[in-house]
Design a protein around this ligand. Structure first.
Ligand SMILES: [Zn+2]
Length: 394
């Protein structure tokens, strides 16, 4: 068997830190499966993620581009470019286009998009206006595995767990017997590296999720699973009920937030009816930072589906939160939810959003939801949106 990296994957790991203390370590790992040990694991710029900011822009149906250094690259299609002309901020960029020169996750079959280059700082102010997921900072960690070829299919693996954004494994351009790994991180954190012999031989990069905890520590989030009791909400073509779907997503979100050190609260834990006003009161009386209402959408036509993130009008904070959750759903799941104003609940002083990330009356959405991984990813997406919101508001 040739010395090679043959596979790679990532997951979150929760481990007891010391026996019997109740303390635990929460990490994200990136694991490379190799046919034999590498001769050397070499970190670019030491074992720390690069100081350069990396920006990423994506929209539905289009792969993400990641750019390095002082100029960020924004990848847009021509239609978007048309839309962008209206934006004051981007008025000067149309004359600066360059060919693509960065890794892409697509198969390359679609036409190469136009690229826009602009000083990275210029992207900071663009967030809500752009028609795609806003460009933002990622930190890149470069590692090379010496003595191993890369026989994996090329491409970016999206992780999006709040810390590891994505990673790529590719053959080295300079040395044939070397594989390059690039991990994109939401927070700059250095990994510890371990190896586990066997077949496959595992090279494991372990990243502490402490930066995620730092964002959430002590934060108060009230999660409201919609409906309950005799109020069943929408019903799927087979048998899923909205009230139960909402509960599953809510409990997954609750677990993630608890792990991250936040103080989440559920407005109902069981299948019981709860007055709408009582749900809001629960959030206000706890002095929560925000209220996240979990529902599904539905339609009389079983072939139609649409997704929504709703927020009350005239609430900038609600809108900002809704936008982050919408973007996170798009990035993690490819769910393109419409951001819409809605007029309930009235007179609520705290940021509130209603997330409808699933169209329960559509048969494939109902089927997808039965997969535990899908349920977890929905919750993870909302969690990621919340994290961006907290980071943005400082
Ligand atoms: Zn509902």
């Amino acid at each position: 068997m040739k010395p090679a990296v043959v596979n790679a994957w990532s997951r979150m790991v929760l481990m007891p830190a010391e026996e019997g203390t109740g303390n635990y370590r929460w990490t994200s790992t990136v694991v490379l499966e190799c046919t034999c040990p590498p001769m050397e694991v070499r970190f670019g710029k030491g074992q720390t993620p690069g100081g350069d900011f990396h920006y990423r822009a994506a929209r539905e149906g289009m792969s993400a581009g990641v750019a390095t250094a002082e100029t960020a690259v924004l990848e847009v299609d021509l239609q978007d470019l048309q839309d962008l002309q209206d934006l004051q901020d981007l008025r000067d960029v149309r004359d600066v286009r360059e060919p693509r020169d960065f890794p892409r996750s697509s198969s390359g079959s679609e036409p190469a998009p136009e690229l826009i280059r602009k000083p990275a700082a210029a992207f900071r102010n663009l967030r809500p206006e752009l028609p795609f997921v806003a460009a933002r900072e990622l930190h890149a960690l470069d590692v090379s595995l010496e003595g191993l070829r890369c026989t994996m299919a090329p491409g970016t693996v999206l992780v999006s767990d709040g810390l590891v954004h994505s990673f790529e494994v590719a053959p080295s351009e300079e040395r044939r017997d070397s594989a390059n790994v690039r991990v994109f991180l939401e927070h700059p954190v250095s990994p510890t590296t371990t190896e586990k012999s066997g077949l496959p031989h595992l090279v494991i990069f372990e990243f502490s999720r402490e930066p995620v905890r730092k964002v959430f520590r002590g934060k108060s989030v009230v999660i409201d699973p919609g409906h309950g009791g005799r109020d069943k909400g929408f019903r799927g073509p087979v048998n899923l009920l909205e009230k139960n779907v909402a509960m599953v997503v809510s409990k997954n979100l609750y677990s993630l937030l608890s792990l991250a050190g936040a103080h989440p609260h559920l407005t109902r834990r069981d299948d019981v009816a709860v007055e709408e006003s009582a749900r809001v009161r629960a959030a206000i009386s706890r002095g929560a930072d925000c209220l996240i209402k979990i529902h599904t959408s539905g339609d009389d036509d079983p072939d139609r589906r649409a997704y929504f993130v709703r927020y009350p009008p005239r609430s900038e904070a609600s809108r900002a939160l809704a936008l982050e959750i919408r973007n996170a759903l798009l990035e993690r799941m490819g769910i393109d939810a419409a951001l819409v104003e809605w007029h309930e609940p009235d007179g609520v002083s705290l940021p509130v959003v209603q997330v409808e990330p699933l169209c329960l009356t559509h048969y494939s959405d109902e089927a997808n939801f039965r997969a535990p991984l899908f349920q977890k990813r929905l919750a993870q997406s909302i969690f990621n949106g919340l994290m961006r919101w907290y980071l943005e508001k400082g």
